[in-house]
Write a protein that binds this ligand. Structure first.
Ligand SMILES: NC(=O)c1ccc[n+]([C@@H]2O[C@H](COP(=O)([O-])OP(=O)(O)OC[C@H]3O[C@@H](n4cnc5c(N)ncnc54)[C@H](O)[C@@H]3O)[C@@H](O)[C@H]2O)c1
Length: 370
């Protein structure tokens, strides 16, 4: 295996997770970073001993093969397209793009240029979700018929994010921010979807950034829905009820539950790599819930595993799991929820994708192929 040289564009809040986890995967070699804000690039460059350059210089560097795009959502498509135009493979944080129109341009350009395009989330490659995948594939809950996917919180501006304005702009909101984790996890478990419907709303027109914001008491105009109740019908017939919200103070649901003809699977937080994975099957006088040991490694924060998997694909010719086709399908599902709410009808999806291959059992730490 040859190391693949990587450049990171976007040196904000999430970038440390990438700089750190990338050191775990032998195939990745982060050699440069850039940001529209040169001070941000300089700070991360010094912290991680990587050269900080301008965005143009990073894109023009002939040694860099993959550009990892950690900019804010509305810059994702622009940076991905510029990456492809420079003849490099593009891997982006979620969401894939802010609209399907942009997403289509990325997929089409990559195909024309014979380059790979990939996108987070890669948390479904973690031990928790790969264990769930194996339990479903091995028939532990029978045929999946339904389930729930629930993310509800009271907004990232109130408790952790230093520059939260983008969460309430186009490409933000709970569906575009957290939805990719949940929907990608569902496609990994159930396969692609067929149609969706939803009703959306927002509790506030303006929100106020919390004490940790760089600009204190910043007013945040809310341009996107912040509470969504939807349904996804998958091609395998399973029907999932979904709620995503930044307007809820507390809730008591499991992140994802899958109901099958023989049992129920309690799936862990898709915004994480670990467990717990719980299963309820059989039993007298009724089903008993038991926690399952995890069958796969990568249970800690392993962000960048998706980019590493893409690097393997570049070298062996096999398919990569966090693919552009998967991310584009997820984007269409997210966009269609809002379309459904406005139109008052179901939206049939025009995209589909292959279910990403399950990770093999028995991987050694730092590797993705046996
Ligand atoms: N913060 C999290 O916990 C988290 C977790 C998972 C994924 N993400 C995703 O990662 C991405 C980045 O999130 P973040 O929290 O790090 O945001 P952030 O605002 O902290 O950082 C984004 C960085 O991108 C830079 N940037 C913006 N536009 C640019 C452009 N056109 N060219 C170059 N640089 C540009 C900004 O200057 C900033 O430094 C988002 O898509 C987000 O959805 C964030």
């Amino acid at each position: 295996m040859k190391k693949v040289k990587v450049g990171i564009i976007g040196c904000g809040h999430i970038s440390n997770a990438y700089f750190n986890a990338a050191k775990r995967f032998d195939i990745l070699d982060v050699v440069a970073c850039a940001d529209i804000n040169p001070a941000a690039a300089k700070a991360k460059g010094e912290e991680h001993k990587v050269k900080a350059v301008t965005v143009n210089k990073l894109l023009a560097d002939p040694n860099i093969e993959i550009v990892v795009n950690l900019t804010i959502p509305k810059a994702h498509a622009e940076i991905a397209l510029r990456t492809l135009e420079h003849g490099k493979h593009a891997y982006s944080e979620k969401p894939f793009a802010v609209t399907c129109e942009e997403g289509k341009k990325i997929v089409t350009t990559a195909k024309a240029k014979k380059l790979l395009v990939g996108c987070a989330p890669d948390t479904f490659l973690g031990g928790g979700h790969q264990t769930c995948r194996k339990l479903i594939d091995d028939g532990w809950i029978g045929r999946p018929i339904g389930g729930t996917a629930m993310f509800m919180g009271y907004g990232p501006e109130r408790y952790y994010h230093p520059s939260p304005a983008f969460f309430y702009q186009k490409g933000g909101g709970p569906m575009f921010d957290l939805g990719p984790y949940y929907i990608t996890a569902l496609v990994n478990l159930l396969g692609p979807a067929k149609r969706v419907c939803a009703i959306t709303t927002k509790a506030f027109d303006v929100r106020e950034a919390g004490p940790q914001a760089l600009i204190k008491r910043e007013k945040l105009p809310v341009e996107v829905p912040t509470h969504l109740a939807g349904v996804i019908e998958f091609q395998n017939g399973a029907i999932i009820n979904m709620i995503t919200s930044f307007d809820v103070w507390k809730q008591g649901h499991n992140p994802i539950e899958i109901y099958g003809t023989q049992g129920t699977l309690f799936v862990p937080d898709p915004n994480g790599f670990g467990g717990p994975v719980k299963l309820a099957t059989g039993g007298v006088p009724g089903p008993v819930i038991s926690e399952c040991p995890l069958s796969h490694i990568y249970t800690e924060n392993s962000r960048s595993i998706g980019a590493a998997d893409m690097a393997y694909a570049m070298q062996s010719g096999r398919k990569h799991r966090c693919s552009g086709a998967l991310a584009f399908h997820v984007l269409e599902i997210m966009e269609s929820f809002e379309k459904s709410s406005i139109a008052g009808k179901h939206i049939e999806l025009s995209t589909t994708c292959e279910r990403p291959a399950a990770l093999p059992l028995g991987l050694q730490d730092g590797l993705l192929d046996l």
